[in-house]
Write a protein that binds this ligand. Sequence first.
Ligand code: PHE
Length: 341
Amino acid sequence: MKSIEEIKAEIENFKVENAESLEQFRLQFLSKKSEIQSLFGQIKNIAQENRKEFGQLVNDLRDLAQNSYNRYKAVIESTTNTKTVEIPDITRPAARQTVGSMHPISIMMNEVRQIFEEIGFSAVEGPDIEDDWHVFTALNFAEEHPARDMQDTFFIKVRPDVLLRTHTSSLQVRTMESQQPPIRVICPGRVFRNEAITSRAHCIFHQVEGLYIAENVSFADMKQTLLYFAQRMFGNEVKIRLRPSYFPFTEPSAEVDISCNICGGAGCNLCKHTGWVEILGCGMVDPNVLENCGIDSNKYSGFAFGLGIERMTMLKYKTNDIRLYFENDVRFLQQFKAATK
Ligand code: PHE
């Protein structure tokens, strides 16, 4: 038989690291069949004069085992996740799913695209980083032409002729260079101008420009197309007016106003009490531009227009600060849920 000392050493050296070894510890030292229990059974066989002392030693041994067990158990329980699995309450109302909304600029962009696609224009896209030819030179901006100042340009330092496009007319050039008339395209995209940021202007904004080139395209065709667009966008009661303007790439050129959709033409802050608000620039494509792009200007004519999406969005949703479209404040954006398709 093992001595009491040996069992004591076994208790002290026993490694309890997890629930299994804890259970083994219990079986070995604290169960009914343990050696310590059988020592209790032997007390009666011990000589009378030693019995008390022997009994005391066995008691101490059992206490040592029990105390060690309690200590190990507490440590293991505190480090093991013993939480009972929560049974879900199936009567609880479901968590609300918040559905996102489209950005108002995307909503407007898609709306403009759709109106023009329905009347036969197809959308073309292209690079934000452009070269001088596609943004200026091909569009009849002569070198040193003061009109280049109309659009303060961000240049990219790699080469003096690399820049961020200031309008998506660059895509009209790319289209004319790569296909012959009839051409009917719209060019949606982001554009960049080195302008101070205010409630009315931003250094990034979005445009949809359009181009129609075929035989015998007239100024009247342009006017009718733009009236159709304005009425689809702002309602049938909307009127348009054309004011003479200047762009290097169109001749004649015009700016198009719509009757103010806030006051209905009576005069308010948005229209500066004129009853009209400007929505786009347009004109008949200058023959020089057609020739620059390899199109016979004796045979073909066409019109072009360009509109600012932020401006259209401000008019349609009656907001008065362009910066709202770039700050991504959720309190603003979530108001466009209903318009998200
Ligand atoms: N490209 C011009 C701009 O960004 C808009 C425009 C396009 C004007 C086509 C006339 C014709 O200001």
